[in-house]
Write a protein of this length. Structure first.
Length: 318
C-alpha cells in the first residue's frame, strides 16, 4: 500500500493479502493511483492455462455449469508450541510478525510453515487456490459468487483445516449459465468422472470442467485433455486467441515501461483472490454465506463480517 501511494508499480505474490479487506483496499488503491500491478500466479502466462481458456471459450465442450478443482496439499493442523527458543541473530522477529498478534518466536512458523496458521497464512486454499482456480475464473468470465459454503475438517483457533471442501455458486454472465465451482483440498478429492478410464487416476492437483458436450481434465501445470483420451484422437487444438509474446514477469515489466496492462493485474486477480479467501471465511463462520461482492458484505450472517478484516497489532496500519 505504501508503494502504491508513492506511485510505484507493484508485483505481489498470491494470495495478495491475508484477508478480503486488504485485497479490496489494495485493488482499489492501485486503480486510483494508476499503477501497474501483477499477482504472482505464474502459470497464467503459460500455455497450459491458456489452452484451458481457449478450449472452453471455443465451445469444444459447450456451456460449462460445473467445475471441480483440487489440491492434495495439506497446509493445516498443528498446535502452538510451548517452548521458547532464542531468536536467531539473522531474524528480526518483530518485523516478521508484522501486523499479526505477538507470539514468542519458534522455528515451527518459518520459513514455510506459516501457511497453516490463521494469524499468518491462508491455508491450502489461499496457497494453491489462486493457481488452480485461475483457469476457471478466466475461461468462464467469472465474477463475484452469490454464495460460498465450506465443509472443513477439524480445525482450531490456531491453524487451518487439514482438508476442506468449498462450494461457490456463480450467477449467469450474459449468455453464459450459472456455474457451481467446488474446491477440494488435503485428503479430499472430487468425484471420479465417469469418462475417466479405469486404469487412470486423477492427478494430485488439477481441475475437471464439465460441459454439455464433454469433459476436460486439466492437471495443474499440465496441458488439458478431453476425456476419455480417445476423444483426443484426431482432435485439432482451437486457434490461439491469447497473447504469448512474453512470460509472466516480463508482462509486468513491459507494463511498467508503458506497455499494455498485465494479464494478472489486480483488477483481474483481486476479485479472484477475494473469492478464494471467502472460502476460509465460510469455514470459520460455519454456515453458507450469501455474498454481495460489489458492496463487500455478507448479507445473511452479519457476524461473519469479523472474518473479512483482521485487527492489526499496535503500530501497524493500512
Amino acid at each position: 500500500m505504501m508503494a502504491i501511494k508513492m506511485g510505484k508499480h507493484v508485483y505481489c505474490q498470491k494470495p495478495l493479502a491475508h484477508d478480503l479487506y486488504e485485497v479490496r483496499k489494495l485493488t482499489e488503491a492501485a486503480r486510483e493511483h494508476k499503477v501497474m500491478t501483477q499477482m504472482g500466479i505464474q502459470l497464467h502466462a503459460e500455455n497450459c492455462v491458456k489452452y484451458v481458456v481457449e478450449f472452453i471459450k471455443s465451445g469444444v465442450i459447450g456451456k460449462v455449469r460445473r467445475v471441480d478443482l483440487w489440491s492434495g496439499k495439506d497446509w493445516g493442523g498443528g498446535t502452538r508450541p510451548k517452548d521458547t527458543p532464542p531468536i536467531p541473530e539473522t531474524l528480526d522477529w518483530d518485523l516478521w510478525l508484522g501486523p499479526a498478534p505477538y507470539r514468542p518466536y519458534h522455528p515451527t512458523y518459518l520459513p514455510g510453515e506459516w501457511r497453516r496458521w490463521w494469524d499468518f497464512g491462508t491455508g491450502t486454499l489461499g496457497d494453491m487456490g489462486c493457481h488452480i482456480i485461475d483457469p476457471a475464473w478466466w475461461a468462464l468470465d467469472l465474477t463475484y459468487p452469490t454464495s460460498v459454503e465450506a465443509e472443513p475438517g477439524p480445525f482450531n483457533e490456531e491453524t487451518y483445516p487439514q482438508k476442506t471442501v468449498v462450494r461457490c455458486e456463480f450467477p449467469a454472465r450474459g449468455d453464459l449459465p450459472g456455474v457451481t465451482l467446488t474446491w477440494y483440498d488435503g485428503a479430499n478429492q472430487p468425484p471420479r468422472p465417469q469418462e475417466l478410464e479405469k486404469e487412470r487416476n486423477l492427478p494430485d492437483q488439477g481441475g475437471l470442467y464439465y460441459g454439455e458436450k464433454g469433459t476436460i481434465l486439466a492437471p495443474h501445470g499440465g496441458n488439458p485433455r478431453l476425456i476419455p483420451e480417445s476423444r483426443m484422437k484426431g482432435f485439432k487444438l482451437p486457434e490461439p486467441s491469447l497473447p504469448r509474446e512474453v512470460n509472466h514477469y516480463q508482462d509486468w515489466i513491459r507494463a511498467c515501461k508503458g506497455g499494455p496492462k498485465p494479464l494478472a493485474n489486480w483488477d483481474y486477480s483481486g476479485p479472484l483472490t477475494e473469492t478464494i479467501l471467502l472460502g476460509n471465511v465460510a469455514a470459520r463462520a460455519g454456515q453458507k454465506l450469501a455474498w454481495d461482492g460489489p458492496n463487500f458484505k455478507v448479507t445473511n450472517l452479519p457476524d461473519a463480517d469479523k472474518y473479512l478484516r483482521r485487527q492489526y497489532r499496535q503500530g501497524w496500519t493500512l
